[in-house]
Design a protein around this ligand. Structure first.
Ligand code: NAD
Length: 244
């Protein structure tokens, strides 16, 4: 297992779910953490736990990833505090069931999904890349299997994740492999968002839901190597027979 002492890892959406578990997985390996979320109260609790698990220093920033000026602020704060940045984890994401009939009536309810999931990941990366080039660091972006294989019931969410996958594939080429990029495409995960999204979906009960803690462990274990995709085997097994 990789020793991440002296590595500075910035995680967005760290107050709950997968981001929270990533904070603990990195914390256990001794990484220095910068945790970002719109929910500051919960971030404080996560920071204390990450410290108790082994992180020597954790700093928290309340910020909205869908705002470019917020992304500048949390990246600058991290680099001022720790002197470097080794890994940006673009994890913050939102979603809600969105069928065509819903979407045509309530634009304003759904546009934030693209703003947070797509633009949030793009903005965070734009701000972090100069520092990641210096450290020969890495971006990990949490997309979704729904970005590969769309299923009915969450069209805008699916599209936002497809955009994320496509953007980071392009970015990797444009940067000439100067930094590592890991695109994670999980299936269903037991988090607040996971339960919300599956309410209306036909896959509920067919695809097993992963534990956020187990997913976080596998991201930290394999996400540090090479350029890759991480997709849960359970999801691939269910979906490939449907597609082929
Ligand atoms: P979650 O709701 O438990 O956690 C998401 C966190 O992001 C929350 O703490 C929330 O406050 C924060 N957040 C939301 N908007 C933000 C913003 N504008 N700025 C900063 N922080 C913000 O959900 P999760 O399931 O842990 O989701 C984490 C990532 O995993 C998301 O990108 C999600 O799309 C992706 N994902 C989840 C599943 C699943 O089944 N749960 C599957 C595939 C991908």
């Amino acid at each position: 297992d990789e020793n991440l002492e002296d590595k500075v890892v910035l995680i967005t959406g760290a107050a709950s779910g997968i981001g929270e578990q990533l904070a603990y997985a990195y914390g256990r390996r001794g990484a220095l953490l910068s945790l970002v979320d719109i929910r500051k109260d919960k971030l404080e609790i996560v920071a204390d736990k990450a410290k108790s698990l082994g992180s020597p220093d954790v700093t928290i920033i309340a910020a909205d990833v869908s705002k470019l000026q917020d992304c500048h602020r949390f990246v600058d704060h991290t680099v001022n505090h720790f002197g470097r940045l080794d890994c940006l984890v673009n994890n913050a994401g939102i979603g809600k069931p969105s069928e065509f009939k819903d979407w045509s009536n309530h634009d304003s309810e759904f546009t934030p999904i693209m703003d947070v999931n797509f633009w949030g990941s793009v903005y965070g990366s734009l701000c972090a890349i100069p520092h990641l080039k210096t450290s020969k660091g890495r971006i990990i972006v949490v997309a979704s299997a729904l970005g590969w294989f769309p299923l009915p019931g969450s069209s805008i969410y699916n599209a936002s994740k497809a955009a994320v996958i496509n953007y980071f594939e392009t970015l990797r080429m444009e940067l000439g492999w100067a930094i590592g990029i890991t695109i994670v495409t999980p299936g269903l995960v037991k988090t607040d968002l996971g339960f919300k999204l599956t309410k209306k979906e036909s896959i509920m009960g067919i695809v097993p839901m992963a534990l956020a803690s187990e997913l976080a462990e596998s991201i930290v274990k394999s996400g540090c190597r090479g350029d890759m995709y991480l997709t849960e085997p359970s999801w691939v097994k269910v979906l490939f027979p449907l597609k082929v």
